[in-house]
Design a protein around this ligand. Structure first.
Ligand code: SF4
Ligand code: SF4
Length: 349
Protein backbone atom coordinates (compact mmCIF):
# COMPACT_ATOMS: atom_id res chain seq x y z
CA UNK A 1 0.00 0.00 0.00
CA UNK A 2 1.25 3.50 -0.79
CA UNK A 3 0.42 6.95 0.56
CA UNK A 4 0.39 10.02 -1.68
CA UNK A 5 0.54 13.58 -0.40
CA UNK A 6 1.15 16.99 -1.84
CA UNK A 7 4.20 18.49 -0.17
CA UNK A 8 3.11 21.96 0.80
CA UNK A 9 5.78 24.63 0.86
CA UNK A 10 7.17 24.58 4.33
CA UNK A 11 7.43 27.89 6.08
CA UNK A 12 9.71 26.33 8.68
CA UNK A 13 12.53 25.14 6.48
CA UNK A 14 14.60 26.48 3.65
CA UNK A 15 16.73 25.03 0.90
CA UNK A 16 19.99 26.36 -0.50
CA UNK A 17 20.69 25.07 -3.98
CA UNK A 18 24.33 26.04 -4.05
CA UNK A 19 26.05 25.90 -7.48
CA UNK A 20 29.71 26.02 -6.48
CA UNK A 21 30.91 25.97 -10.10
CA UNK A 22 29.33 25.69 -13.55
CA UNK A 23 31.97 23.50 -15.20
CA UNK A 24 30.96 19.96 -16.06
CA UNK A 25 32.54 16.96 -17.75
CA UNK A 26 29.24 16.07 -19.47
CA UNK A 27 27.19 17.92 -22.09
CA UNK A 28 23.64 16.73 -21.34
CA UNK A 29 21.07 17.76 -23.92
CA UNK A 30 18.77 19.28 -21.32
CA UNK A 31 21.40 20.99 -19.16
CA UNK A 32 19.91 24.10 -17.51
CA UNK A 33 23.27 25.68 -16.70
CA UNK A 34 23.69 28.85 -18.70
CA UNK A 35 27.24 30.21 -18.36
CA UNK A 36 26.20 33.52 -19.96
CA UNK A 37 23.87 34.06 -17.02
CA UNK A 38 25.62 32.08 -14.29
CA UNK A 39 29.28 32.75 -15.02
CA UNK A 40 32.11 30.26 -15.36
CA UNK A 41 33.75 30.75 -11.99
CA UNK A 42 34.76 28.05 -9.56
CA UNK A 43 34.05 29.57 -6.16
CA UNK A 44 37.02 29.57 -3.77
CA UNK A 45 36.39 27.76 -0.49
CA UNK A 46 36.68 31.05 1.38
CA UNK A 47 33.75 32.44 -0.65
CA UNK A 48 31.66 29.30 -0.20
CA UNK A 49 32.18 29.63 3.55
CA UNK A 50 31.33 33.32 3.58
CA UNK A 51 28.15 32.73 1.60
CA UNK A 52 27.09 29.85 3.87
CA UNK A 53 27.70 32.18 6.82
CA UNK A 54 25.02 34.50 5.42
CA UNK A 55 22.48 31.77 6.22
CA UNK A 56 23.92 30.95 9.64
CA UNK A 57 20.95 32.40 11.53
CA UNK A 58 18.63 29.86 9.87
CA UNK A 59 21.14 27.05 9.40
CA UNK A 60 19.36 24.48 11.59
CA UNK A 61 16.28 24.60 9.37
CA UNK A 62 18.15 24.90 6.09
CA UNK A 63 19.03 22.04 3.76
CA UNK A 64 22.10 22.54 1.59
CA UNK A 65 22.26 20.94 -1.83
CA UNK A 66 25.67 21.28 -3.49
CA UNK A 67 25.43 21.36 -7.27
CA UNK A 68 27.33 22.46 -10.37
CA UNK A 69 28.06 21.90 -13.15
CA UNK A 70 29.45 18.79 -11.55
CA UNK A 71 30.20 19.65 -7.91
CA UNK A 72 32.70 16.81 -7.45
CA UNK A 73 34.95 18.53 -10.02
CA UNK A 74 35.53 21.15 -7.33
CA UNK A 75 38.56 20.01 -5.31
CA UNK A 76 37.26 21.89 -2.26
CA UNK A 77 33.86 20.17 -2.14
CA UNK A 78 34.91 18.13 0.93
CA UNK A 79 35.92 21.36 2.69
CA UNK A 80 32.58 22.95 1.77
CA UNK A 81 30.67 19.92 3.08
CA UNK A 82 32.60 19.90 6.34
CA UNK A 83 32.02 23.62 6.81
CA UNK A 84 28.27 23.22 6.22
CA UNK A 85 28.26 20.30 8.64
CA UNK A 86 30.04 22.30 11.34
CA UNK A 87 27.59 25.14 10.70
CA UNK A 88 24.74 22.84 11.76
CA UNK A 89 22.74 22.92 8.53
CA UNK A 90 19.64 20.72 8.48
CA UNK A 91 20.86 18.28 5.84
CA UNK A 92 23.52 18.08 3.16
CA UNK A 93 23.04 16.61 -0.30
CA UNK A 94 25.44 16.42 -3.22
CA UNK A 95 23.85 16.23 -6.68
CA UNK A 96 26.23 14.40 -9.01
CA UNK A 97 26.33 12.87 -12.47
CA UNK A 98 28.07 9.87 -10.89
CA UNK A 99 31.67 10.46 -11.98
CA UNK A 100 32.59 11.26 -8.35
CA UNK A 101 35.80 13.11 -9.10
CA UNK A 102 38.63 13.76 -6.64
CA UNK A 103 37.82 10.51 -4.82
CA UNK A 104 35.02 12.34 -3.00
CA UNK A 105 33.62 9.21 -1.32
CA UNK A 106 36.87 8.76 0.58
CA UNK A 107 37.08 12.36 1.72
CA UNK A 108 33.68 12.72 3.37
CA UNK A 109 31.70 10.38 5.59
CA UNK A 110 28.06 9.23 5.67
CA UNK A 111 27.75 11.28 8.88
CA UNK A 112 28.52 14.41 6.88
CA UNK A 113 26.47 13.81 3.73
CA UNK A 114 22.79 12.88 4.02
CA UNK A 115 22.42 11.98 0.35
CA UNK A 116 24.44 11.60 -2.81
CA UNK A 117 21.85 12.24 -5.48
CA UNK A 118 22.66 10.69 -8.87
CA UNK A 119 21.17 11.55 -12.27
CA UNK A 120 20.15 8.92 -14.78
CA UNK A 121 17.88 9.85 -17.67
CA UNK A 122 17.07 6.46 -19.06
CA UNK A 123 16.51 2.94 -17.80
CA UNK A 124 18.79 1.67 -20.57
CA UNK A 125 22.30 2.61 -21.61
CA UNK A 126 21.07 3.56 -25.09
CA UNK A 127 18.52 6.14 -23.95
CA UNK A 128 20.53 7.58 -21.07
CA UNK A 129 23.71 7.95 -23.12
CA UNK A 130 21.83 9.59 -25.99
CA UNK A 131 20.81 12.33 -23.54
CA UNK A 132 23.75 12.48 -21.14
CA UNK A 133 26.68 11.24 -23.22
CA UNK A 134 28.51 8.05 -24.10
CA UNK A 135 29.54 5.98 -21.12
CA UNK A 136 27.59 7.99 -18.54
CA UNK A 137 25.07 5.21 -17.80
CA UNK A 138 27.66 2.66 -16.72
CA UNK A 139 29.68 5.18 -14.75
CA UNK A 140 26.63 6.51 -12.91
CA UNK A 141 25.48 3.01 -11.96
CA UNK A 142 28.98 2.17 -10.70
CA UNK A 143 29.04 5.44 -8.73
CA UNK A 144 25.75 4.56 -7.03
CA UNK A 145 27.09 1.14 -6.11
CA UNK A 146 30.30 2.60 -4.70
CA UNK A 147 28.41 5.15 -2.61
CA UNK A 148 26.06 2.54 -1.17
CA UNK A 149 28.94 0.14 -0.48
CA UNK A 150 30.62 2.89 1.53
CA UNK A 151 27.49 3.39 3.63
CA UNK A 152 26.11 6.56 2.00
CA UNK A 153 22.41 7.04 1.24
CA UNK A 154 21.79 7.43 -2.46
CA UNK A 155 18.91 8.93 -4.38
CA UNK A 156 18.20 9.03 -8.08
CA UNK A 157 16.92 11.87 -10.26
CA UNK A 158 15.22 11.17 -13.62
CA UNK A 159 14.39 14.20 -15.76
CA UNK A 160 11.42 13.26 -17.89
CA UNK A 161 11.22 14.39 -21.52
CA UNK A 162 9.84 13.05 -24.79
CA UNK A 163 13.23 11.35 -25.23
CA UNK A 164 12.91 9.07 -22.20
CA UNK A 165 9.34 8.90 -20.85
CA UNK A 166 8.90 5.57 -22.64
CA UNK A 167 11.52 4.03 -20.30
CA UNK A 168 10.13 5.30 -17.02
CA UNK A 169 8.11 2.11 -16.62
CA UNK A 170 11.37 0.16 -16.57
CA UNK A 171 12.68 2.19 -13.63
CA UNK A 172 11.06 0.29 -10.71
CA UNK A 173 13.07 -2.84 -11.60
CA UNK A 174 16.29 -0.84 -11.99
CA UNK A 175 15.72 1.06 -8.74
CA UNK A 176 15.23 -2.20 -6.89
CA UNK A 177 18.50 -3.50 -8.32
CA UNK A 178 20.41 -0.31 -7.51
CA UNK A 179 19.15 -0.08 -3.92
CA UNK A 180 18.60 3.70 -3.82
CA UNK A 181 16.54 5.20 -0.98
CA UNK A 182 14.71 7.95 -2.85
CA UNK A 183 13.58 8.62 -6.41
CA UNK A 184 13.00 12.12 -7.77
CA UNK A 185 11.13 12.47 -11.05
CA UNK A 186 11.74 15.87 -12.62
CA UNK A 187 10.01 17.59 -15.50
CA UNK A 188 12.15 19.13 -18.20
CA UNK A 189 11.91 22.92 -18.16
CA UNK A 190 12.60 25.41 -20.92
CA UNK A 191 15.82 26.66 -19.40
CA UNK A 192 19.45 26.67 -20.42
CA UNK A 193 20.13 24.49 -23.46
CA UNK A 194 16.51 23.37 -23.78
CA UNK A 195 15.38 26.97 -24.19
CA UNK A 196 17.89 27.38 -27.01
CA UNK A 197 16.72 24.19 -28.71
CA UNK A 198 13.13 25.45 -28.39
CA UNK A 199 14.09 28.61 -30.24
CA UNK A 200 15.91 26.89 -33.08
CA UNK A 201 13.96 23.70 -33.76
CA UNK A 202 10.44 23.00 -34.93
CA UNK A 203 8.11 23.27 -31.94
CA UNK A 204 6.80 19.78 -32.75
CA UNK A 205 10.17 18.50 -31.56
CA UNK A 206 9.58 19.85 -28.08
CA UNK A 207 11.16 17.88 -25.28
CA UNK A 208 8.25 18.57 -22.94
CA UNK A 209 5.66 15.83 -22.55
CA UNK A 210 1.94 16.55 -22.90
CA UNK A 211 -0.40 16.85 -19.94
CA UNK A 212 -2.21 13.61 -20.81
CA UNK A 213 1.04 11.67 -21.16
CA UNK A 214 2.37 13.10 -17.88
CA UNK A 215 -0.80 12.19 -15.99
CA UNK A 216 -0.97 8.73 -17.61
CA UNK A 217 2.58 7.71 -16.80
CA UNK A 218 4.09 9.56 -13.84
CA UNK A 219 1.70 8.83 -10.92
CA UNK A 220 1.48 5.13 -11.86
CA UNK A 221 5.26 4.69 -12.01
CA UNK A 222 5.69 6.62 -8.76
CA UNK A 223 3.24 4.24 -7.08
CA UNK A 224 5.13 1.19 -8.33
CA UNK A 225 8.44 2.54 -7.07
CA UNK A 226 6.89 3.46 -3.70
CA UNK A 227 5.64 -0.12 -3.35
CA UNK A 228 9.32 -1.10 -3.17
CA UNK A 229 9.66 1.03 -0.03
CA UNK A 230 11.38 3.89 -1.89
CA UNK A 231 10.00 7.41 -1.37
CA UNK A 232 9.23 9.10 -4.67
CA UNK A 233 8.58 12.73 -5.42
CA UNK A 234 7.53 14.39 -8.64
CA UNK A 235 6.31 17.85 -9.60
CA UNK A 236 2.57 18.30 -9.54
CA UNK A 237 2.68 20.47 -12.73
CA UNK A 238 -1.05 20.51 -13.51
CA UNK A 239 -3.44 21.67 -10.77
CA UNK A 240 -6.94 20.23 -10.39
CA UNK A 241 -9.79 22.76 -10.07
CA UNK A 242 -9.96 22.18 -6.31
CA UNK A 243 -6.22 22.73 -5.79
CA UNK A 244 -5.01 26.05 -4.43
CA UNK A 245 -2.29 27.83 -6.38
CA UNK A 246 0.67 29.21 -4.43
CA UNK A 247 3.91 30.73 -5.67
CA UNK A 248 6.91 29.44 -3.71
CA UNK A 249 8.61 32.78 -4.34
CA UNK A 250 6.07 34.32 -1.94
CA UNK A 251 5.58 31.61 0.64
CA UNK A 252 8.73 29.46 0.80
CA UNK A 253 12.43 29.90 1.41
CA UNK A 254 14.37 28.53 -1.55
CA UNK A 255 17.63 30.08 -2.69
CA UNK A 256 19.31 29.15 -5.97
CA UNK A 257 22.86 30.45 -5.66
CA UNK A 258 25.20 30.81 -8.66
CA UNK A 259 28.96 31.40 -8.72
CA UNK A 260 28.60 34.89 -10.20
CA UNK A 261 26.77 35.92 -7.02
CA UNK A 262 23.22 35.86 -8.35
CA UNK A 263 20.63 34.36 -6.03
CA UNK A 264 17.23 33.45 -7.44
CA UNK A 265 14.09 32.44 -5.56
CA UNK A 266 12.56 30.76 -8.62
CA UNK A 267 14.39 28.31 -10.90
CA UNK A 268 12.31 29.29 -13.93
CA UNK A 269 13.84 32.77 -13.76
CA UNK A 270 17.43 31.60 -14.01
CA UNK A 271 17.90 32.39 -17.71
CA UNK A 272 17.25 36.07 -17.03
CA UNK A 273 19.02 38.77 -15.00
CA UNK A 274 16.01 39.14 -12.69
CA UNK A 275 17.40 37.52 -9.52
CA UNK A 276 15.93 38.83 -6.26
CA UNK A 277 19.18 38.82 -4.33
CA UNK A 278 22.86 39.14 -5.01
CA UNK A 279 26.12 38.62 -3.12
CA UNK A 280 28.16 41.82 -2.98
CA UNK A 281 31.40 41.72 -0.98
CA UNK A 282 30.17 38.41 0.40
CA UNK A 283 27.02 39.96 1.86
CA UNK A 284 23.58 38.94 0.61
CA UNK A 285 21.61 42.00 -0.47
CA UNK A 286 18.38 42.70 -2.35
CA UNK A 287 18.80 43.17 -6.09
CA UNK A 288 17.36 46.28 -7.59
CA UNK A 289 13.72 46.20 -8.65
CA UNK A 290 12.23 45.17 -11.14
CA UNK A 291 13.15 41.57 -10.53
CA UNK A 292 11.53 38.14 -10.16
CA UNK A 293 9.89 39.15 -6.85
CA UNK A 294 7.71 41.61 -8.75
CA UNK A 295 6.48 38.75 -10.96
CA UNK A 296 5.61 36.49 -8.02
CA UNK A 297 2.89 38.92 -6.92
CA UNK A 298 0.99 38.81 -10.22
CA UNK A 299 -2.21 36.86 -9.87
CA UNK A 300 -3.17 35.32 -13.22
CA UNK A 301 -5.79 32.66 -14.07
CA UNK A 302 -3.11 30.40 -15.56
CA UNK A 303 -1.32 29.98 -12.19
CA UNK A 304 2.46 30.31 -12.52
CA UNK A 305 3.46 33.57 -14.20
CA UNK A 306 6.89 32.37 -15.32
CA UNK A 307 5.37 29.29 -16.89
CA UNK A 308 3.07 31.50 -18.96
CA UNK A 309 6.01 33.65 -20.03
CA UNK A 310 8.51 30.97 -20.99
CA UNK A 311 6.57 27.78 -21.72
CA UNK A 312 2.95 28.72 -22.57
CA UNK A 313 2.60 25.68 -24.83
CA UNK A 314 1.64 23.58 -21.79
CA UNK A 315 -1.47 25.74 -21.25
CA UNK A 316 -4.82 25.08 -22.83
CA UNK A 317 -7.86 27.37 -23.15
CA UNK A 318 -11.61 26.95 -23.73
CA UNK A 319 -13.14 28.57 -26.83
CA UNK A 320 -14.09 31.46 -24.54
CA UNK A 321 -10.40 31.98 -23.65
CA UNK A 322 -10.58 30.61 -20.09
CA UNK A 323 -7.61 28.44 -19.00
CA UNK A 324 -8.71 24.80 -18.66
CA UNK A 325 -6.37 24.29 -15.70
CA UNK A 326 -3.70 26.11 -13.74
CA UNK A 327 -0.01 25.30 -13.87
CA UNK A 328 1.39 24.67 -10.40
CA UNK A 329 4.54 26.24 -9.04
CA UNK A 330 7.42 24.12 -10.34
CA UNK A 331 8.49 23.60 -6.73
CA UNK A 332 5.23 21.95 -5.67
CA UNK A 333 5.77 18.22 -5.33
CA UNK A 334 3.67 15.10 -4.93
CA UNK A 335 5.30 12.59 -2.65
CA UNK A 336 4.47 8.89 -2.60
CA UNK A 337 5.81 6.51 -0.02
CA UNK A 338 5.20 2.96 1.05
CA UNK A 339 3.46 2.75 4.41
CA UNK A 340 6.04 2.97 7.14
CA UNK A 341 8.60 4.86 5.06
CA UNK A 342 10.15 7.91 6.64
CA UNK A 343 10.59 11.18 4.85
CA UNK A 344 13.89 12.78 5.72
CA UNK A 345 15.27 14.77 2.80
CA UNK A 346 14.05 18.09 1.45
CA UNK A 347 12.00 18.30 -1.72
CA UNK A 348 14.54 19.17 -4.40
CA UNK A 349 13.98 21.53 -7.29
S1 SF4 B 1 25.65 16.57 -15.52
FE1 SF4 B 1 24.33 18.28 -14.88
S2 SF4 B 1 25.59 20.09 -15.07
FE2 SF4 B 1 26.60 18.45 -16.23
S3 SF4 B 1 25.90 18.74 -18.34
FE3 SF4 B 1 24.56 17.24 -17.33
S4 SF4 B 1 22.82 18.45 -16.55
FE4 SF4 B 1 24.51 19.88 -17.00
S1 SF4 C 1 7.73 28.55 -10.70
FE1 SF4 C 1 6.09 30.08 -10.89
S2 SF4 C 1 4.90 29.84 -9.07
FE2 SF4 C 1 6.90 28.84 -8.66
S3 SF4 C 1 8.24 30.38 -7.76
FE3 SF4 C 1 8.50 30.54 -9.96
S4 SF4 C 1 7.04 32.09 -10.63
FE4 SF4 C 1 6.42 31.45 -8.58
Amino acid sequence: MTVKRTVAFSKNSSNLFFHILTKCNLRCRHCYINPEQHGEKKLPLSTIRAWLDEFASISATTNVIFLGGEPTLHPDLPGAIKYACDGGFGSITVDTNGYLFHDILSKVSPQEVDFFSFSLDGATRKTNDRIRGEGSYDICKKGIQKAIDKGFSASLIYTVSTMNIHELELMPALIKKLGVDRFFIQVIGLRGKVALIGRTEDSKDTLQVSRSKWLDVIPAVARKVAELGVTVSYPKVFLEPEDRFECAGLVAQNYFIFPNGRVYRCPLCEDHPIHSLVFKDNKLIQNESLNESDLFKLNIPEGCVMNKLIQPQNLSYTIGGVPEYKIACCLLKEEVSGVGCQVSAPPLA
